[in-house]
Design a protein around this ligand. Structure first.
Ligand SMILES: Cc1ncc(C[n+]2csc(CCOP(=O)(O)OP(=O)(O)O)c2C)c(N)n1
Length: 342
């Protein structure tokens, strides 16, 4: 049923991160949370326009998976990708500038919130099309496979994507060709305003992956340590030729689907129940109980993160909007169109 607590984390073989690493994971989640909270303000001041989908509540998925990847691995994401981008190491400045539509952004401000792309970190894009990233991930993995590169392509998508044909075609080909893809399904129980159990006859998403003979693990997506541990284990297997793997990350978004969504399809009590499992407050409580994080240290982290967000906003605010005369450039590749474009 929607809103029920997720099942326990999968037992994983990787060692639990030590104290410093856990504090690092907390800091990374805080960077995403505070960045997105600021995005809400910027949106209300119309500095960010268009669609804006926030992953507040889902930070553990982005941070946990990204920690398990190598710089040589590739990532494909969705329209809810700010967290994935920041956790991958794309600068907060460039990310914010992209959201504000500035030239200094990752895509000259042309992509905006849903289409952050950065080849230097092998971040092959947010994608506005539900399930649109899956075939891209399969293509990247096929190229690696044919070249003999030992890379993993991590592909994020929501539970709504499993209703799309692209999901099934991608799972089938990845399994058939034994491709190095780590499918990361962020199951937050809702595909926009539709609950999973109102749109899927089979709500056990891991079972769908298993039906393609892809090993599938169910993971507590509100626990960054569980996500990191499972992702590390799965990524290592994929990298060493184990073929595609599937992680169902059981998570929840605390805010509406997007800034336009009145969020009338779920009970406030359900949201409250999940907020009690907030990945940031639960990890910081755990670290403080274990004597690994004092309140002073947490304040320092918060201050650092606040300064980084302020700096990113100042950078984006002082950025440049593209010259209208250039808008037709790079829509198609320039060499094909000859010199002197547009
Ligand atoms: C092919 C396609 N169909 C419909 C839409 C409209 N749409 C945008 S988000 C969304 C729901 C997707 O839900 P899910 O994959 O669970 O992701 P979540 O928003 O929960 O992260 C839909 C139907 C779209 N963008 N692309």
């Amino acid at each position: 049923m929607p809103g029920e607590a997720p099942i326990a984390a999968v037992a994983a073989t990787a060692t639990i991160p030590d104290g410093d690493r856990r504090v690092h994971l907390l800091r990374e989640m805080l960077r995403i949370r505070r960045f997105e909270e600021r995005c809400v303000e910027l949106y209300s001041h119309t500095k960010i326009r268009g669609f804006l989908h926030l992953g507040i509540g889902e930070e553990a998925c982005a941070v946990g998976v990204m920690e398990a990847l190598l710089p040589s691995d590739s990532i494909v994401s969705t329209y809810r990708e700010h967290g994935h981008a920041l956790a991958r190491g794309i600068s907060m400045r460039a990310t914010m500038a992209e959201l504000e539509g500035k030239l200094e952004g990752t895509c000259r401000g042309r992509g905006g919130s849903m289409h952050i792309f950065d080849a230097s970190t092998r971040f092959y894009g947010g994608n506005a099309i539900v399930a649109g990233g899956l075939p891209v991930a399969v293509g990247l993995a096929l190229a690696d496979h044919l070249r003999g590169d030992q890379r993993v392509t991590a592909c994020f998508f929501g539970d709504g994507a499993v209703a799309e044909g692209e999901f099934h075609e991608s799972m089938n080909l990845a399994a058939l060709w034994h491709l190095p893809v780590l499918f990361c399904c962020e199951n937050n129980l809702y595909a926009m305003g539709t609950a999973l159990d109102r749109s899927e006859s089979e709500t056990d998403l891991s079972l769908k992956a298993a039906s393609y003979r892809i090993p599938a693990w169910e993971v507590d997506g509100m626990d960054v340590l569980a996500v990191e541990s499972a992702a590390r284990s799965a990524a290592e297997t994929v990298r060493s030729g184990g073929g595609p793997h599937f992680l169902e990350l059981r998570t929840y978004r605390f805010r509406a689907h997007s800034m336009y969504d009145p969020d009338r399809y779920r009970e406030k009590t359900e949201i409250k129940r999940w907020e009690e499992r907030d990945p940031i407050t639960t990890l910081s409580a755990r670290l403080s109980e274990e004597g690994l994080l004092s309140s002073d240290a947490l304040e320092l982290i918060e201050a650092d993160v606040a300064a980084e967000v302020d700096d990113a906003v100042a950078f984006a605010d002082s950025g440049t909007l593209e010259d209208v005369a250039d808008l037709r450039r790079w829509v198609t590749s320039e060499p094909d169109r000859g010199a002197g474009v547009p």
